[in-house]
Ligand binder design. Structure first.
Ligand SMILES: NC(=[NH2+])NCCC[C@H](N)C(=O)O
Length: 593
């Protein structure tokens, strides 16, 4: 039994003994003692007062006396305004460290039998991934890893939007102006090549619109009447009717895009257990429409279109099938949700999608609930805010959005320059250097995007992210590498077990308490799908190590073998937590840097 449980149980017993009352367990509230007070664990006395019917001061004092008498580890107490601060004996903290934290099992959470699907990335195949996708991919990947680490079974899936008018736009432009250009002939990544033709389409389309407007058409008319858009629509129709030439072009250009995406995903370090393609799923929702009509959840308008009325739920009427029988976005998602469930029978299902789709998912989940899907309550939209770059900080390929590959390459380049300027890597092999720049550059990017709560909009500042000081990836990476070098220099023997003849300093005690929270931190962060809370915990750990390291006398030179070994143990556990925590965030911490 850990000390918190022990204190809770004893408090319940104390209330029974002292006041003859049954206090429910959830009324016993414990927190860390604030730094300005003596002690480590604090009981919030106000809820107890309702049972004692005495003043907070008297209640706290009586409770404190009882706990000191009944719990061997509680050695003293003090009362500050309704807070009962308990001092826990050092042998408890030392034991906790030597038994639990030093165990190789520390931080490993038992499987809990819960299955979760995480859908993320879900790009469109008409252009390459951009900065928004970077946040999406990092969030999706790390949330999945976090869920795994907290005992869930996880399936990562990618739903690729590979069909529709936007795909026809790139295809058409390539047909017209591509001169047979391929990724090989152009030396371009396939997704960039396809994206290039999407941009060309847009430019030419705009020119046509301007011409029509000059001839007196309104913007709206011009957009509809431009020859290029008509051609693209015709192509879509041909495609749906099974036109072999279109299908073959689609297959070719799509495979270029997939090759390109694969490279981006690999560099980013993200992966998927399964891919879904909208070209396979876009008709699925029609079954759900039938089902909804039968169950009376949907209704048909005179023109034949199908709707759901959500006004009673504070929303509006929502189209689920067009009059011509074609699907809309939500139709597909209804069908895809069912398919995913049939495939995996998961308890929970996450959609990592930007907050511009908040309304879409609200409606989607509501409809599925109304259709009587018992699994609908396990659906969750992991919504995230936009990412901005400080203006002028980074050039973007097409002037508007920042390309994911360019961004990553620039981060690695900055890491190279910074590291070389610091002159730290003179004895590294070329390969080791390249790995290091990769890890620092991407670590900086990932950490900076992940340390912010998903809901918040964020400003990505490349220079700030790659600082070796402050709440950054490189700071944590550097702290880890520094510990590794310390352990090496000191000839640390990890098999030697715990040292017990030592006196803890205040910082060491604090450090043990912080490190001991790691498993609970994983569970708590997973519960709210927040890599940010894990990231910020790791920062606290890194800062704590630096404080400890500066306070204690030089560890390598320490003559007292027990004290030295104990400090190395503390350092080693810190390094392990930083490494495994950062791995969950998708960040590699180098062994040396
Ligand atoms: N099941 C979903 N609706 N997933 C999100 C798809 C995102 C869509 N491909 C987009 O780029 O906007």
């Amino acid at each position: 039994m850990n000390i918190e449980q022990h204190i809770t149980t004893a408090t319940i017993a104390a209330v029974k003994h002292l006041y003859d009352q049954e206090i429910p367990e959830n009324q016993v509230s414990l927190q860390d003692t604030r730094v300005e007070f003596e002690g480590q664990i604090t009981i919030v006395v106000f809820p107890v007062v309702r049972f004692s019917k005495k003043s907070p001061e008297v209640t706290a004092t009586e409770l404190g006396e009882y706990l000191v008498e009944h719990i061997e580890e509680v050695t003293a107490f003090n009362v500050v305004k309704g807070f009962l601060n308990l001092t826990i004996a050092d042998h408890y903290w030392l034991n906790l460290f030597n038994q639990d934290l030093l165990s190789p099992e520390f931080g490993a959470i038992k499987p809990n039998g819960k299955k979760v699907m995480v859908e993320y990335s879900s790009p469109n195949t008409n252009k390459p991934l951009h900065l928004g996708h970077v946040r999406n991919n990092l969030l999706g990947y790390s949330v999945a890893e976090l869920l795994k680490a907290s005992g869930h079974e996880v399936f990562k899936v990618n739903l690729v939007n590979d069909r529709g008018i936007h795909i026809c736009k790139s295809m058409l432009a390539w047909q017209k102006w591509g001169n047979g250009e391929t990724p090989e002939s152009s030396l371009m990544k396939g997704d960039h090549l396809v994206g290039k033709y999407y941009v060309i389409f847009d430019k030419e389309y705009k020119k046509e619109i301007d011409v029509l407007k000059a001839e007196g058409q309104t913007e709206e008319e011009a957009k509809k009447n431009a020859p290029l858009i008509k051609e693209a629509q015709k192509m879509l129709l041909d495609w749906e009717n099974g036109d072999e030439a279109v299908i073959s072009l689609w297959k070719t250009m799509n495979s270029w895009v997939y090759d390109g995406f694969a490279v981006t995903y690999k560099t980013m370090g993200v992966d998927f257990d399964k891919y879904y393609y909208e070209s396979n799923t876009y008709l699925l929702g029609k079954g759900s429409v039938e089902e909804g009509l039968e169950k009376g959840v949907f209704f048909k308008k005179p023109d034949g279109s199908v709707w759901i009325d959500l006004t009673a739920d504070g929303l509006d009427q929502k189209l689920v099938l067009r009059a011509d029988g074609t699907s809309v976005y939500i139709t597909q998602d209804l069908g895809t949700a069912q398919m995913k469930y049939d495939d995996f029978k998961m308890d929970d299902s996450l959609y990592v999608v930007g907050n511009e789709q908040d309304y879409h998912f609200k409606v989607l989940f509501l409809i599925l609930e109304k259709l009587g899907k018992t699994w609908a309550k396990g659906l969750h939209h992991l919504s995230y805010g936009m990412v901005d770059l400080p203006s002028g900080k980074m050039k973007s390929r097409e002037g508007t959005v920042v390309d994911a590959d360019d961004l990553m390459a620039e981060m690695v380049e900055t890491a190279r320059q910074k590291t070389e300027a610091l002159g730290k890597v003179n004895d590294f092999s070329e390969e080791e250097k390249e790995n290091l720049y990769q890890n620092i550059g991407l670590g900086a990017l990932k950490y900076f995007l992940l340390k912010v709560e998903p809901k918040k909009r964020l400003l990505f500042d490349p220079a700030e992210s790659i600082d070796f000081q402050g709440n950054t990836g490189p700071f944590i990476q550097y702290t880890h590498a520094r510990i590794k070098s310390l352990l090496n220099k000191a000839g640390y023997d990890a098999t030697k077990g715990g040292a017990d003849q030592v006196v803890l300093t205040d910082t060491e005690r604090e450090m043990i308490m912080l490190l001991a929270k790691y498993p609970a931190e994983l569970v708590a962060a997973a519960k709210v799908y927040s890599p940010a809370s894990l990231a910020n915990y790791l920062y606290e750990v890194a800062k704590m190590f630096n404080k400890f390291y500066h306070e204690v006398p030089p560890i390598v030179k320490e003559e007292d073998a027990e004290a030295k070994h104990h400090r190395l143990n503390l350092s080693a556990v810190t390094a392990n937590i930083l490494k495994s925590g950062m791995k969950i965030l998708g960040i590699t911490v180098p062994e040396r840097m």
